[in-house]
Design a protein around this ligand. Sequence first.
Ligand SMILES: Cc1ncc(COP(=O)(O)O)c(C=O)c1O
Length: 386
Amino acid sequence: MYRIGQEEIQAVKEVIETKDFFKVNNSCKAVWGFEEDMKKYFGANYASFTTSGTGALISALIALGIGPGDEVLVPAYTYIATAMAVLATGAVPVVTEVDATLSIDPADIERKITPNVKCIIPVHMNGRPCNMKAITEIAKKHNIFVLEDACQAVGSSYNGKFCGTIGDIGAFSFNFFKIISCGEGGGVITNDQKLYERSCIYHDASAIAFFGEQMKDFSEQGFCGTEYRGNELLAAVMRCQIQKLDGIVADLRKVKKEILSILDGRLPLAPDNDADGDTGNLIAFRFETQEEAQAFNAKIGGMIPLECDRHVYVSWTPIMEKRGALHPLMDPFRMPANQGLRHNYTPDMCPQSLEHLGRTVYLFLHPDWDREEIAKQAQKLLSACN
Ligand SMILES: Cc1ncc(COP(=O)(O)O)c(C=O)c1O
């Protein structure tokens, strides 16, 4: 989270003064208001506010009809929640290589497609967009769904379209570490009415069951789901945060552009799928060897993505050790429908990803850096490569 202040305090105060936080009754209508804000901002037909990005991913997968017997391609570099969301539906994640952009490699997607693969989850890590052109073409050719994990990419775009709105359905996170935040929260976004209705039925199950008027215009039949329904207090914060998104992204991009202009091509950058579309929250450098990357990182105090625990498949411990659920019959790795699917996970299964992750160094940026700080950061980078 970058910017929070009096606007959020006032908005939460107004909800508290109603003494009624439930989305259905509350006169502030913050949840429904924020869902309208998301639709308008991202230019999508449907949006839901959920309690987390993980809840948004699971609701989206359920809406796509993913379940036991299905394989879902996930990148080797993503937060563990992406792969755990797949397991929560009873399906199994198939770990797919990332390329030098550190996003899912379209060539490896092609290699990994079998008739069991029902969905691809491209993850726009750190706001850097995936190669959505190649991914959507492959998905179309093989009749596979695309669920965009845009949890780290709220506000980034690919070829002029917001990440999250390019595939069949998208998921956002508004947890504390994200560009805009209410502490914990998430969003489902889609242009498809059927997917929207199903994800609502799943993520807001008890309200749908007991306050049937929400469903009166739905064509999808109700089914049992769970509860990832966002609440009024958090939605009130998000209504303020979304108004700040443009400013935050514009300032991050400005900081990035100014540092790059001082560097003037003197440092090796990692390739991008859409350099203008990323949220600008970091600069990714790429070196010939892991040793060079480590030496550079030691001087700048940045981060080597290979060393970022829980974001690289090798450290997804419960998945690597195949503990997919507490109850054995609920464990996708033991389900009869999943025998014969690919779930033999080994630390060396994605060597290309480990190589790319080890040769990249991130410098994280801040939207409030002034000219002096920008010059200082650029100088630090230039001295580190001498
Ligand atoms: C790429 C990615 N996917 C999913 C999630 C899960 O989001 P949340 O923490 O809101 O459940 C995160 C959160 O950090 C993430 O970075």
